[in-house]
Design a protein around this ligand. Structure first.
Ligand code: FMN
Length: 199
C-alpha cells in the first residue's frame, strides 16, 4: 500500500493550489493508494510557543490535531505540499503546521531518537501558486521553506510545480498546467512503484 500525506496550505478550498494537488493525485492514481488530506487551515492546530519541552520529551505536549498529523507523516511514503505564495512564502496556516514540526526536529537532532516520525526515506513533492505573473525564481523563498519542512519529514523533494498568474488565469482554465500536474503525478507513481519493488 502506498500512503500519501497531501498537505493543503490554502485557506480556500478547491481553488488553484488545491486543484493542482488533485491533478497530481490523479496522476498518481488510486491503485493500492491511501491519501490522507491535511487542510492546514481547518484542523485545530495551535502555534508552537517555543516551550522547548520537545527538547526533553521527544513529543509535543500540545494535544491538538497535530498529534494525528504526526502519525499521518510517520506512515506516509509520499508527502505532497501545496501552497499559495503569501508575502513571498507559505500561507500562515501552513507555517503554523510547519513550526509544530519543531518537535520532530528536536526528537531527531536534540534527543537523537526519531520517536515522533520514523526516520525512513519518503518522497516529497511541492506545488506553489502565485497571483501575478512571476518568473520561476520568484518561488525560491517559498520553496526554501517547503524544503526544510520536507527535510524534517525525511521526504526528499523529487519535483515541484509552480504556477504564477493565477489571479488572472485560474488554474482550472490552464490546460497546460493541469496536464503538467497529472504528468508529475505519474512520475511520482513510477518512482514510488520502483522503490516499493526494491523492498
Ligand atoms: C494574504 C495574501 C498574500 C499574498 N501574497 C502574494 C505574494 O507575495 N506574491 C504573489 O505572487 N501572490 C501573492 N498573493 C496571491 C496568491 O498567491 C494567489 O491568489 C494564490 O496563489 C491563490 O492560491 P489559491 O487559489 O490556492 O488560494 C497573496 C494573496 C493573499 C491573500
Amino acid at each position: 500500500m502506498i500512503r500519501i500525506a497531501a498537505v493543503y496550505g490554502s485557506p480556500r478550498r478547491n481553488q488553484n493550489s488545491d486543484l493542482l494537488m488533485s491533478k497530481v493525485l490523479e496522476g498518481i492514481g488510486s491503485d493500492n493508494t491511501i491519501v490522507t488530506k491535511i487542510y492546514a487551515s481547518s484542523p485545530d492546530i495551535q502555534h508552537c510557543n517555543s516551550c522547548s519541552r520537545c527538547f526533553k520529551e521527544a513529543q509535543c505536549i500540545i494535544k491538538d490535531d497535530m498529534q494525528d498529523i504526526y502519525t499521518t507523516f510517520d506512515k506516509a511514503d509520499i508527502v505532497i505540499t501545496a501552497t499559495p505564495v503569501y508575502f513571498n512564502t507559505v500561507t500562515s496556516h501552513l507555517k503554523k503546521l510547519i513550526d509544530r514540526c519543531q518537535a520532530v526536529w528536536a526528537s531527531r537532532y536534540v534527543l537523537t531518537e526519531s520517536r515522533i516520525i520514523e526516520r525512513r526515506p519518503r518522497l516529497g513533492f511541492v506545488i506553489c501558486t502565485a497571483g501575478p505573473q512571476q518568473e520561476e525564481e520568484y518561488f525560491d523563498c517559498t520553496i526554501k521553506t517547503l524544503d526544510i519542512f520536507h527535510k524534517c519529514l525525511n521526504a526528499r523533494i523529487t519535483g515541484k510545480l509552480v504556477l504564477s498568474n493565477v489571479d488572472n488565469v485560474h488554474a482550472k482554465d490552464n490546460e497546460a498546467a493541469l496536464k503538467e500536474a497529472v504528468r508529475e503525478g505519474k512520475k511520482l507513481r513510477k518512482m514510488i512503484d520502483e522503490i516499493k519493488k526494491l523492498k
